[in-house]
Design a protein. Sequence first.
Length: 339
Amino acid sequence: MDRMDRLRGLATLATPGVGLLLGSAALTRALVRRAERRYPRPAGSVTVDGVELRYTTSGAGRPVVLVHGLLGSTYDFEPLAALLASRYRVIAFDRPGNGYSTAPPGEGHTPIGQAYLLHEAVGRLGLDRPLVVGYSLGAAVAVAWAELYPDDVAAAVTVGGHVMPYRLPVARLARVLRVPVLGRLLAGTALVPLGYPAGHGLLSLACSPRALPRPYADVALAMALRPAPLRHAAEDLERAAADLRILAGGYGELAVPFVVVVGAYDRIAPAAESEAFHRRLGHSRLIVVGDGGHALHVTHVPAVVAGIDAAWTMAERADARRSSAGAGADDEADGVVSA
């Protein structure tokens, strides 16, 4: 066999693979275009250190900031924000590198780095001492925010939070997706179409034991399964694990009031994790939703609203103690409530 014959043989073998790759890329572009037509970027925009942060705002009153979890977006909070807006000013951010917010470089893509960016954004929006709510991986950002800027946070609420150090086998995937050409190739071809069945299963697990609501599934998958967020997801998990090992050392000294909300049947961030976090805090209240799983902001919206209301009550009492010498301790803090 001469050289030309060998080249023809290689081309014959490669042709199906190239066709599959091109087909996957075309399907990915079509899915992304459909997602972005159906769910356009939020109107609000603020830029901090070159990072564009997209946000929604609704309602009036004391400010509540919502921080979503892994591969989430502001759309995740629509039912919760609608209920809260009757008595609070609600601001939901696309976390850096998620939704329509751009990704920060280097160390900015960590809970500590994201807490800095969102804290700066809130200041530029003129919000004074908001209550910060973090869902799932967003809870790590809320914890970092409270630990780094305690004077600028009225209180914090974690919902199904990843709040304790953890280990996940994502380092290899994170490294692959960070390779400029290979990472973009994978995210722009196979990961998006293959992600739909896998993502549906994960969302069902998050909502279990309740059924997965179809509107939430549609928007969550549409926003998550786009090349840019996918490239950052494994890195998001990897760096959150590293930051939580740092942050956990300061839990006992946190002065910010916390309400820790968790589902008894949470199979993603089990209740034991939130319970351990609650025990290490100096000023917190634990709410266990007896028939809830992980995505309580979708399946048990009133329970999350009750947690936010309780956190504001704790914040008011903490402020009163600080301004009144000799006042006693908050008798509702350090408690456990079933919902």
